[in-house]
Ligand binder design. Structure first.
Ligand code: UD1
Ligand code: MG
Length: 449
């Protein structure tokens, strides 16, 4: 099949008014990725060839998102919204290039699986001219019904155009279609708008193809594949199904999830085997864990790399650019941003470490903070191997602390500290014998007056 050329047309022109949002519908996210990009990814992993994205409402924003994900992706504008066949025709220049297979997908079905697309293309490779993806539901209202006879698909009847009997059919059009490229221009040309909505329905090509003696069939796929998102409740439903799939995939690949239903992943989260994830952990985009790490409860992690044997949390926040190396430790109530924490280094409690490079086995005491921002720009803090930063120190960047240096607790460090030096950055303590007692006498006498 791989030698057959393919064009994937993704329809994403809809406004999605029921989202009640300024954001175009297809840019709402599932697992941290815009819905339309999920569909593009599925097309990509099904080797769906070239992608043509049909945009309309919010065209510039949709195009920008698509372009950042897949530079050079072709977009076509559907000026007026006259129906799904009309939308496909917006990509007529791409279709005219003569692909063997054309896949039509909707930009608001983020759970579509590559495997389904592959199956549809296999149908074309086996000699079918049009393959429609169908699904079964007990609540078919709103969907086009698949009218079959002896395994052949005769027509798709849109909900509003159904007879009483047809309305009872529970085998529905999911909206995905695979069409032999050489027949598509002729089929689209024949679509009229004599229907309840007065739209050019893509679904009409099924009966047209039958009239022309072409071979048309439906393949069945799971309902999630075609869950079309129209409002935020359906968006949450898609998110839940996606997370469910991902948790299972993670566990089967060797990751322990103590309470899977409380762990949330992003579209690109990658975790190696033998990592243990405690309850209530959230992964934003861009996280890679090599394996054999421990992620303790209530941690929020995004844009971070965590190496083997590292320990994170409980209650840790890793922000973009956190690079936690082998056996390093980030403990409770710590925030780490754009920082490389060397092998075996520790930030055990209550710290903020940002824009820093921390050497192997360095220890950052409780409450130590890198002062990386002066209100205008960010500066770097370098902490050498084996350095010890005492509790509650403020490290005012730019700053270099040498290997093995020792920073006294409570210091405000503004100047570089050489290797193996001991630096104090605080007022010396003054102790006066007996003066505590005297003070008490004085204060209580004043109170009695
Ligand atoms: C469509 C199908 C229906 C199927 C259902 C599955 C048609 C005529 N009907 O109905 O058989 O059961 O999806 O969810 O195809 N779009 C455009 N431009 C347009 C019209 C639509 O880009 O002019 C895009 C929409 O943004 C959306 C998709 O095409 O992504 C489907 O359009 P929609 O109006 O949701 O069609 P349905 O009535 O749901
Ligand atoms: Mg729809």
């Amino acid at each position: 099949m791989s030698e057959r050329s393919c064009l994937s047309i993704i329809l994403a022109a809809g406004e999605g008014t029921r989202m009640k949002s300024k954001l175009p519908k297809v840019l709402h996210k599932v697992a941290g990725l815009e819905m339309v990009l999920h569909v593009m990814r599925a097309a990509q992993s099904a080797k769906g060839g070239d992608i043509a994205l049909v945009v309309g409402h919010g065209a510039d924003r949709v195009r920008a998102a698509a372009e950042s994900f897949m530079p050079g992706v072709r977009t076509f504008v559907q000026g007026e919204r006259l129906g799904t066949a009309h939308a496909v025709l917006a990509a007529r220049d791409a279709i005219a290039e003569g692909y063997d297979d054309v896949l039509v997908m909707f930009g608001d079905t983020p759970l579509v699986e590559a495997e389904t697309l592959v199956r549809m293309r296999e149908g074309l490779a086996a000699g079918l001219d049009v393959v429609v993806m169908g699904f079964r539901t007990e609540r078919p209202a709103g969907y086009g019904r698949l009218i079959e006879k002896d395994g052949a698909l005769l027509a798709i009847r849109e909900d509003k155009d159904c007879s009483e009997a047809e309305r009872r059919i529970t085998f529905c059009n999911g909206g995905l279609m695979a069409i032999a490229g050489r027949h598509l221009p002729g089929l689209l040309e024949a679509v009229g708008k004599d229907n309840a909505k007065g739209e050019y329905y893509l679904t009409d090509i099924v009966s047209i193809a039958n009239d022309r003696g072409l071979k048309v069939s439906a393949v069945e796929a799971a309902y999630e594949n075609v869950l079309g998102i129209n409002n935020r409740s359906e968006l949450a439903e898609a998110e839940a199904i996606w997370q469910e799939r991902k948790r299972r995939e993670m566990m089967l690949s060797g990751v322990t999830l103590v309470a899977p239903e409380t762990v949330f992943f992003s579209f690109d989260t990658a975790i190696g085997a033998d990592t243990v994830i405690e309850p209530n952990v959230f992964f934003g985009p861009g996280v890679v864990i090599d394996g054999g790490a421990a992620i303790h409860a209530y941690s929020h992690i995004e844009g971070a790399h965590i190496a083997t044997g590292a320990s994170i949390g409980p209650f840790a926040r890793l922000r973009p650019g956190a690079d936690i190396m082998e056996k390093a430790k980030v403990g409770n109530f710590c925030e780490i941003k754009k920082t490389r924490l060397g092998p075996g280094a520790k930030v055990p409690h209550l710290s903020y470490v940002g824009d820093a490079v921390v050497g192997a086995k360095a220890n950052i005491g409780a409450g130590a903070i890198t002062c990386n921002y002066d209100g205008y720009g960010k500066s770097l803090t370098e902490i050498g191997e084996g350095a010890f930063v005492g509790t509650n120190s403020s490290l005012v960047a730019p700053l270099i602390i040498g290997e093995g240096a020792y920073i006294a607790s409570g210091s405000v460090i503004t100047d570089d500290v050489p290797a193996d030096a001991l630096a104090f950055g605080r007022a010396r303590q003054v102790t006066r014998e007996g003066r505590g007692k005297l003070l008490r006498v004085k204060l209580s006498a004043a109170r009695k007056k």
